[in-house]
Design a protein around this ligand. Structure first.
Ligand SMILES: C[S@@+](CC[C@H](N)C(=O)[O-])C[C@H]1O[C@@H](n2cnc3c(N)ncnc32)[C@H](O)[C@@H]1O
Length: 395
């Protein structure tokens, strides 16, 4: 039997839901907006649970920020991947601003004073047509499907409007053996590829171009390599990092992927050490390819933790800028401690998770760094994700 409750919806929480209260218990409600009154179906109603999760099934009093979901396959009861589609685009940014402010207040103990900026062109495209990478799983008839959150049910896609038109067309035209993952990559140079195995994706070399404030750069990237998803993200993040590192001196780029952030710094002729573990400790192929012709730039295939405690202390980083772009879980205590021990005067932290950033901010502050500023970029419209760039100075 399912439990339905009527709740007044409170503020947004990290993860794409809003907080409500029911009989003294916190309930995380999806597909709702702050200030709304909704009927929600509880999806986890364990009597002992500290909090419940619930899905909106009826909106009794709608927020003025509620809009029709732009993707017919998603929204309440539909596939995941666009959990803020029912929220007007400016209100999505206010939502993310509120999450950042709360994360900093709770986990960093200081206010978040930045702003959530739209990526260039997103307002004109209404927050759609931005993803250059999309993935799905082939259903029973071979066509692309995505999962309905919390159910495990797979639905065949009829469209994917978050993707660029080229990526959407490739995804919708793709078929594969049932159960196979389908990955679409549409590069900035017009290449569009569909891969269905990791082996194939590791063999397929592609070309990206990034036009940033200080010039234009070409990158070699395999379909399997990490590359920023939003069509404008490479440019936005390169500019954000370049304006925050020290004007000169060496750079240590940790979690460097294919070298998106390392290459423009190496192109300035400064010594760059870039560390990436994607190729399992072997030379990271894309990173090495992108830094090959840059004297003074080094591509290191290693785990960041291992590098920080073994190779890094043998060098002098006291004039260096560290660029840190960890996965969603953040850098965490042991990495922050090892990093702080290097004594680099500047750290530029690119974060895809506001709570992880706020926790790491607290750790950096305890380890002798001051937060200079932090600013945010809405590089994942229609979702709860947000990219934040923060800079820290050694006290
Ligand atoms: C968020 S991506 C950033 C990549 C790059 N800075 C960019 O913007 O394209 C994080 C990268 O860290 C790598 N990574 C994750 N855990 C790692 C670890 N423990 N050591 C080294 N690299 C790691 C991943 O393979 C991924 O390429």
């Amino acid at each position: 039997m399912t439990t339905r409750i009527q709740v007044e919806v409170g503020k947004p929480a990290h993860g794409g839901h809003c907080v409500a209260r029911h009989e003294g218990r916190a309930v995380f409600v999806r597909d709702a907006l702050p200030g709304e009154v909704v009927v929600a179906e509880v999806v986890q109603d364990d009597a002992d649970a500290r909090f419940w999760r619930a899905e909106t099934v009826e909106v009794l009093e709608a927020s003025p920020d509620r809009v029709a979901h732009p993707w017919s396959d998603a929204g309440a009861g539909g596939v995941g991947g666009a959990e803020l589609g029912h929220v007007a685009l400016p209100a999505q940014r206010r939502w993310k601003q509120a999450v950042l402010e709360e994360s900093f207040e709770r986990f960093a103990g200081i206010p978040f004073e930045g702003t959530v900026h739209a990526a260039p062109g997103d307002d004109a495209r209404e927050g759609l047509a931005y993803r250059t990478r999309v993935s799905a799983v082939a259903g029973g008839d071979g066509r692309p499907t995505m999962t309905v959150p919390g159910t495990g049910e797979r639905r065949t896609l009829t469209s994917m409007p978050l993707a660029t038109p080229e990526a959407e067309a490739a995804l919708m035209g793709a078929t594969a053996d049932p159960g196979t993952r389908i990955d679409v990559t549409a590069t900035s140079t017009g290449e569009v590829v569909v891969t269905t195995t990791g082996r194939e994706a590791r063999r397929l070399w592609l070309n990206e171009r990034v036009e940033h404030s200080a010039g234009e750069l070409g990158y070699r990237v395999r379909a399997a390599d990490f590359w920023q998803v939003h069509r404008e993200a490479p440019r936005v993040l390169v500019d954000a990092v370049m304006s925050r590192v020290l004007e000169d001196g060496p750079v240590l780029d940790l979690y460097s992927g294919a070298g998106l952030l390392a290459l423009p710094l190496a192109a300035q002729g400064r010594p760059v050490v870039a560390v990436e573990a994607a190729d399992g400790g072997k030379a990271p192929a894309a990173l090495a390819a992108n830094l090959r012709s840059r004297p003074g730039a080094e591509a290191v295939g290693d785990d960041v933790r291992r590098f920080l405690v073994s190779a890094a202390p043998e060098r002098d980083w006291t004039q260096a800028s560290v660029v840190l772009d960890p996965p969603r879980s953040g850098a965490k205590a042991r990495n922050i401690a090892a990093l702080a021990a290097l004594g680099a005067p500047r750290i530029v932290y690119v974060a895809c998770d506001p709570v992880a950033l706020a926790r790491d901010t607290a750790l950096l502050r305890e380890s002798g760094y001051d937060l200079l500023e932090a600013d945010a970029f809405d590089l994942f419209p229609m979702t709860h994700h947000i990219e934040t760039v923060a800079s820290f100075a050694l006290r």
